[in-house]
Design a binder for this molecule. Sequence first.
Ligand SMILES: [Zn+2]
Ligand SMILES: [Zn+2]
Length: 112
Amino acid sequence: MQQAFDWAIEQADSVWLETDMRAHYNPTRMGVIQQATQDLIAKLNHTCPNCGYPGFAITEHQRGLPCELCGQPTASIRSIVYGCQHCGFQQTVEFPDGLRFADPTYCEYCNP
Ligand SMILES: [Zn+2]
Ligand SMILES: [Zn+2]
């Protein structure tokens, strides 16, 4: 666990160094870096439930959320797969937006 913590600090440090070098000159770039930093923090907050290593992150988006009207799979996200870069453990989160059905607008069958 100590090893994982050291790794997290290392990653965070390199991001802050980059931020210092370029952020002052370009507001747009600063926004991008801020976003990247937030992504990294969100990533580090996700530790692998199997080995405890940080960086348990989204590896795949699975489409096919069923249409509200006809139940056919649509192109909307149905589930998200998280994967551990350390041990290869994977976890699927169904209906990540809390929606179990897609709007018929996105259905090829109801709304071609
Ligand atoms: Zn439909
Ligand atoms: Zn793991």
